[in-house]
Design a protein around this ligand. Structure first.
Ligand code: GMT
Length: 376
């Protein structure tokens, strides 16, 4: 199949997932065309089946806001026609679903072809941004106009149906992880640099937005540090980073906490980690936690949104209500003092991640695609 993938090219979960999907499809001999405004961060390999089309957004003095969505639709039209795409798969509804709707209409008018559009909902496009009345009518319309809609968790499907008037089925195809890549052995030298005295390694990775409650990560870690030696790696960047760094200074945690910024080689960092901390206000799924589990780290998370669909309380990690940092810290302190139980939990996390291996999920997308390609 010739598949167009539209996504955010940044470190956000939807862009990561879309890129990994495209790479996996290319490995299975599909021709994949990424349409984005920048090279996606995880698109760091050469594959003859992968094409990258950059959306150019020319500026003009009249524009306070350059019309990205129009440029995106135009690029979609161009790529669909030139490369004779079989379908468009857009990730994150805003503005990708409405841009795809526009492209679909133009292609229909120009060529008579009805290009199928599949929209995958990822999270904040529904729960935070999409619900805002500024966007809601267009989001509802363009989701409904998609030929198929998928959501990355049961919880996100429920949230979508609760807040939008959706008139066609939403299919759940969960996020996935490449177990072979993330299940790598830790590099001892790297572990030694971070934890020279074999301290336990905590990890948080996100885009440091409010919804992630990054300060809770620091508070949990502070509590743990009062009981046992540990190190914390903070991966990523975003608006809440300065406040988190300030809190680290206030709590005198600087020797034990490192902010390492955006990282591409997550598998190597995850491989040395013992505990992944995700105290989010909401997560539709929590792809970062799944990748951590594949690397045999246990997960300390809230029970918000779709997190209970991947993190099984007391088995693969621990969960508590949003903001209940004390309970999460206590769970961590207890498990880290029992090496045998910790190792058992790490293996359970890995086994749980195996249920979301890309080899089981990619065929679900292929099956979905083929339903629409036949119609074409
Ligand atoms: O987590 C973010 O803020 C980024 C966001 C995105 O769309 O880029 O992530 C969402 O999509 C991921 C991939 O499907 C999910 O694993 C994340 O849970 C989801 N984030 C939220 O719901 C907050």
């Amino acid at each position: 199949m010739r598949i167009g993938i539209v996504c955010y090219p940044t470190f956000g979960g939807s862009g990561v997932l879309a890129t990994e999907l495209g790479k996996a499809l290319a490995d299975k001999n599909h021709q994949v065309h990424f349409i984005t405004y920048q090279q996606p961060v995880r698109l760091n390999i050469f594959n003859a089946n992968i094409f990258y089309h950059e959306v150019q957004v020319p500026t003009y003095p009249l524009f306070d806001y350059p019309p990205y969505e129009i440029a995106l639709s135009s690029t979609m039209v161009d790529v669909i026609i030139k490369h004779d795409l079989d379908l468009l798969h857009v990730h994150y509804a805003i503005p990708h679903a409405s841009a795809a709707y526009m492209a679909k209409q133009i292609v229909l008018k120009k060529t008579g072809r009805n290009i199928p559009v599949i929209t995958t909902l990822h999270g904040t496009d529904i729960t935070l941004v999409g619900r805002d009345k500024t966007y809601e009518p267009v989001v509802t319309f363009s989701i409904n106009e998609s030929d198929a809609i998928t959501a990355v968790s049961e919880n996100l499907k429920e949230e979508t149906l609760k807040h939008f008037e959706i008139n066609k089925p939403i299919e759940v195809i969960t996020n996935f992880v490449d177990i072979e890549r993330f299940g790598k052995k830790p590099i001892d030298a790297f572990k030694k640099v971070i934890a020279p005295n074999a301290e336990k390694i905590f990890l948080h990775a996100s885009n440091f937005r409010k919804v992630k409650r990054v300060e809770d990560v620091i508070i949990i870690f502070d509590e743990v540090r009062k009981h046992l030696p540990a190190k914390l790696l903070m991966v990523g960047d975003g608006p809440e980073r300065p406040a988190a760094e300030e809190l680290v200074r206030t709590l005198n945690l600087e020797p034990d906490v490192r902010f390492v910024g955006k990282q591409e080689q997550m598998e190597e960092i995850l491989a040395v980690s013992d505990v992944f901390v995700l105290p989010s206000e909401y997560e539709s799924f929590g792809l970062a936690a799944l990748e951590a589990m594949a690397a045999k780290a246990i997960v300390l998370s809230t029970n918000a949104g779709g997190l209970p669909e991947i993190n099984i309380h007391c088995k693969t990690g621990f969960m508590a209500d949003v903001g209940d940092v004390k309970t999460l810290a206590n769970f961590a302190i207890t498990i880290l003092q029992d090496e045998a139980k910790l190792n058992k939990m790490k293996m359970a996390a890995y086994q749980q991640a195996c249920k979301f291996d890309l080899n089981s999920i990619i065929p679900l997308y292929e099956k979905l695609y083929s339903r629409f390609c036949r119609m074409n």
